[in-house]
Design a protein around this ligand. Structure first.
Ligand code: GDP
Length: 722
């Protein structure tokens, strides 16, 4: 009337999802018996369908936790939900299964998934059956006890099975000990196991199967249970499955198993009624028949549940208090959801992105590009001027006050044009866009691989993936655009007074830097050698050596040119080779390097002087005399123009698109489950959510329990009152 069992069964499944601790377990009926004692037949008679795995080889390898839920027939017929169906709660993908053949097949597969070397596993299979024909019960089917060990069922398997059964037959569970009538009860492993844990037989029900295989008077004696009394008694049944349903038929699923209840009931009616009613009639006070068994089980479970109510309420109360305390201490009662964590993470990501984009203001980008272009300028100067011995001559020419730019040798004018076009045609569009895009890529990658994305590899991958895609898409466009816009500079660069002065100043700075660099390198060599005197000596030596080498090359060329063959090595007179003992090969290499550096230094200093000269200061019409200043101005113009277009075509687009892509590709693209999974990837969040969920579940269970306790009180009150 109170539907106590039903409500507690619901509570039981919630508690199971909270944790499996013993204190939180509500009583369940555990079915034990030896193999072939008729265990499956009894369970199937209760459920009304064939659904358990069948076969020669031991087929129950895992406990099957079976929850039967009675559905009112009216509710089933009025709605679209099927009348009878099974659910595997741990396999939500399977949904409601209306075919018992499918359930049987699934159970078989789940059992066979236990590796043969393990043989049995204590990881239970959960199965719910909803039907108007089942009582509210929780039953646990366990592997049958092995009587005789055989080749493929070794001795240790016997122990494993009884160990597994022992775990389940503890209090407060009710033991359903299945024994076949045609086997002496003294040999029943089920009764033996039950007696070990329940010596007074207060929570054991005996089921005597195969009553049809013994003489009715003998069967009645067994069921009366005089030899091995059980407080809850024995129920005798006949539930051999009707011969039409072959053992494997339903596994193959080619025919739906018939409803077995009707057939069983008819057989039992036949067997226990008629002639045999003189042994089994009502007045004989023996419990027989599957129907009686069902009612008995419901009564016993209800009683057991009801007496567990207080204990379980107290246990849940304690668990709840602990969970609430932890939640307060650890999280100050702050509630979170997967969605809120997701939203916070995305907000933080966007905020960090915004913060970092400050590195990409126009002046910042311009100065990066200038750096890159200045490098290009220095390379061009090196190639065209510093390596050209006539550059010294240009410096001297500049000192001649009377000489004007127009008088200057066309050699120098041409050189300047070459230098300028080398710079403007060096792929500025590609290089400058590439530089900025690379900066953006590094920025995104650093955000996407930093906390908390270390916990979220797949989302992190998504972020880098789509941002790289945006960059790839924008890069080509931007590079072309930039290249297009600097096109005029490839033909002509106009320079005004102000630009000239700025460019000249920068060129001077660059030279100072370059001179410092060379000085530093030279110092390094000097330190290795031990002093400036030694360095000068070495430079002088290498100088002579190189001069001699040069002469020898020339001579050789003329000799071999004349005779057409190489002459023998001859040590010429005056060769500095004599000094070979003075310097090691490594020092000679250093020396050659030092000679280069010192030549470079004197040239750089010369050109620095030229940059400072009155001629260079006087203005842009002196460009041919001061290519360094001119190129600095060109570099500046290129940087300015590139920045402008990179800003419009790449940066602004990226800054606009990135946050929107985050929303559409992450925030709105993930479904609830994915968001939940995402949140739980972060161990801190997982802990928080787990505790919160546990507390919530315990609270709801506590509310249900409390109302049951109240109902029970009221029921008692009214029953004692009347
Ligand atoms: P389990 O191994 O304990 O699950 O036993 P089963 O339920 O598979 O039954 C073993 C065999 O006994 C099967 O061949 C059943 O058909 C048969 N059997 C089960 N119950 C009865 C019964 O009440 N009477 C008779 N004659 N045979 C039965």
């Amino acid at each position: 009337l109170l539907q106590l069992t039903r409500k507690l069964i619901e509570i039981r499944s919630v508690l199971l999802s909270v944790d499996q601790s013993e204190a939180l377990k509500l009583p369940s009926i555990v079915v034990i018996g030896s193999q072939s004692s008729g265990k499956s037949s009894v369970l199937e008679a209760i459920v009304g369908h064939e659904f358990l795995p069948k076969g020669d080889n031991m087929v129950t390898r895992r406990p099957i936790e079976l929850t039967l839920i009675n559905t009112p027939p009216s509710a089933a017929s009025s709605s679209s939900t099927p009348a009878e169906y099974g659910v595997f709660p741990n396999m939500p993908g399977m949904g409601k299964i209306t075919s018992f053949a499918t359930i049987q097949k699934t159970l078989t597969d789940l059992n066979l998934s236990v590796p043969p070397e393990l043989a049995v596993s204590d990881d239970p299979i959960h199965l719910q059956i909803h039907s108007p024909h089942v009582p509210d019960l929780t039953l646990i089917d366990l592997p049958g006890y092995i009587q005789i060990s055989s080749m493929d069922q070794p001795e240790e398997l016997k122990d494993k099975i009884s160990g597994l059964c022992d775990k389940y037959i503890r209090e407060p569970n009710i033991i359903l000990a299945v024994c076949a009538a045609d086997v002496d009860l003294a040999n029943s492993p089920a009764l033996r196991a039950s007696r070990r844990v329940d010596p007074l037989g207060t929570r054991t029900i005996g089921v005597v199967t195969k009553m049809d295989l013994v003489k009715p008077e003998h069967g009645a004696t067994i069921v009366r249970g005089e030899r091995y009394p059980l407080h809850l008694g024995y129920v005798g049944v006949v539930c051999k499955a009707p011969p039409t349903s072959g053992v494997f038929k339903s596994i193959r699923g080619d025919r739906e198993s018939p409803n077995v209840t009707g057939a069983v009931l008819r057989r039992e009616e036949e067997f226990f009624g008629g002639e045999n009613s003189k042994y089994f009639g009502r007045d004989k006070k023996v419990m027989v028949g599957t129907d009686t068994l069902r009612r008995r089980l419901m009564d016993v479970l209800e009683t057991s549940m009801s007496s567990s109510l207080h204990g379980i309420t107290n246990a849940v109360q304690l668990e709840l208090e602990e969970a609430s305390y932890q939640f307060k201490v650890q999280y100050n009662d702050r509630r979170i959801t997967s969605e809120s964590y997701m939203a916070e993470t995305i907000d933080a990501l966007k905020a960090r992105f915004k913060e970092y984009t400050a590195q990409f203001t126009k002046p910042a980008v311009r100065s990066k590009l200038k750096e890159m272009l200045d490098d290009k300028v220095m390379n061009i100067l090196e190639k065209l001027y510093w390596d050209d011995p006539r550059t010294i001559e240009l410096t001297k020419l500049a000192e001649d006050r009377k000489l004007t730019s127009e008088d200057l040798d066309s050699y120098w004018k041409y050189k300047l044009e070459t230098a300028s076009s080398l710079l403007t045609k060096s792929g500025v569009g590609r290089d400058s866009t590439g530089l900025v895009a690379e900066g953006l890529r590094q920025l995104i990658d650093s955000i996407a691989t930093g906390e908390p994305f270390t916990f979220h590899p797949s989302v992190s991958e998504r972020i880098t993936e789509f941002s790289h895609a945006i960059l790839r898409e924008r890069m080509g466009l931007t590079a072309d655009q930039v290249e297009n816009c600097i096109k005029p500079y490839k033909y002509e660069v106009e320079v005004d007074e102000r630009e000239w002065n700025v460019g000249r100043d920068r060129a001077e700075d660059k030279f100072t830097e370059e001179i410092k660099r060379c000085d530093y390198k030279l110092k390094e060599i000097q330190n290795r050698l031990g002093g400036s005197r030694k360095l000068n000596g070495l430079i002088k030596h290498v100088g002579e050596l190189e001069k001699w080498e040069e002469e020898r090359r020339k001579r050789r060329f003329s000799v071999s040119g004349a005779s057409g063959q190489d002459g023998d090595e001859v040590v010429e007179e005056g060769a500095p080779v004599l000094d070979a003992y003075k310097y090691s090969p490594a020092q000679i290499i250093d020396g050659r390097h030092a000679l280069l550096l010192s030549n470079r230094l004197s040239l750089l200093k010369l050109r620095q002087q030229a940059l400072k000269s009155r001629r260079c200061r006087s203005g842009p019409d002196q460009s041919a005399f001061c290519p360094e200043a001119f190129l600095a101005v060109v570099a500046d113009k290129l940087a300015y123009t590139s920045t402008m277009f990179i800003n419009i075509e790449l940066l602004e687009q990226f800054f606009y698109q990135f946050p929107r892509e985050i929303d559409s590709r992450i925030l709105y693209d993930l479904n609830r489950e994915e968001i939940a999974r995402f949140a739980r990837e972060n161990p801190k969040i997982k802990q928080h959510l787990d505790l919160q969920e546990r507390k919530d579940k315990l609270e709801s269970v506590m509310r249900s329990l409390q109302s049951l306790v109240n109902l029970q009180k009221d029921a008692k009150g009214s029953s004692t009152g009347t």
